[in-house]
Design a protein around this ligand. Structure first.
Ligand code: 3PG
Length: 207
């Protein structure tokens, strides 16, 4: 399955911050157990690249790199075995490097100008970020009107309750967020709790 198909199938992207790469395997197991075999591991901690490599080698989940803001991080993500790259904003250099590697890129956009810049770069699946404080589902709906060819993955400030409003929009492929993979729970080794949170979110989306 390619990344857009994966997003359309699962409709949720867990955004992960890992403080210790040793959490990679138990987290992958918790995600798979919870029924959501996908993860965006953010380049916000020094453990990110190793965690991506360990999750990719472990199997069972499709792992991507998040918070990628430089072409060098794109290279590191690809080297680690990431299957997709997510960026909080739109950087032509980041997108170009992803296109050179042939890796799926999900850059951020929250304005019509940013959407147009992305379309010019050949990108039509965008992370709407930060979703909650950029106008929420109403803003995604308004942005979708002039850009029928664009799909969005709203992320930022979303939780199990607000996810449904975004997912009801035809232009929304999936929503992302950290609510089902709390950093503190991962750091504390509470992987059963993570699996339960993931399963509850999967069940909520299925309703
Ligand atoms: C991201 O990088 O996508 C966001 O920080 C996730 O946002 P959230 O923590 O509000 O879900």
């Amino acid at each position: 399955m390619n990344t857009p198909e994966l997003l359309r199938t699962h409709r949720l992207v867990p955004v992960v911050v890992l403080d210790d790469a040793a959490s990679a395997e138990p987290l992958a197991d918790a995600l798979a157990t919870g029924g959501l075999p996908i993860a965006e591991v953010t380049f916000r901690t020094p453990a990110a690249a190793e965690a991506i490599a360990r999750m990719a080698a472990h199997g069972g989940v499709t792992v991507g790199a998040g918070t990628v803001t430089t072409p060098d991080q794109v290279d590191a993500a690809v080297r680690a075995g990431a299957r997709f790259v997510v960026s909080p904003g739109f950087s032509a250099a980041v997108v170009r490097r992803c296109q050179e590697h042939g890796i799926f890129v999900l850059p951020g956009a929250s304005t019509a100008t940013e959407v147009m810049t992305a379309i010019e770069a050949g990108v039509t699946v965008l992370k709407f970020f930060p979703a909650g404080s950029s106008g929420g589902a109403a803003a995604v709906s308004a942005l979708s009107a002039p850009f029928r060819q664009v799909s969005f993955v709203p992320t930022g400030g979303i939780d199990a309750d607000s996810a449904a409003e975004y997912l009801a929009l035809p232009s929304v492929l999936a929503v992302g967020g950290s609510w089902m993979v709390p950093r503190a729970a991962i750091a504390a080794g509470e992987f059963d709790r993570v699996a339960d949170l993931v399963a509850a979110s999967v069940a909520a989306v299925a309703r």
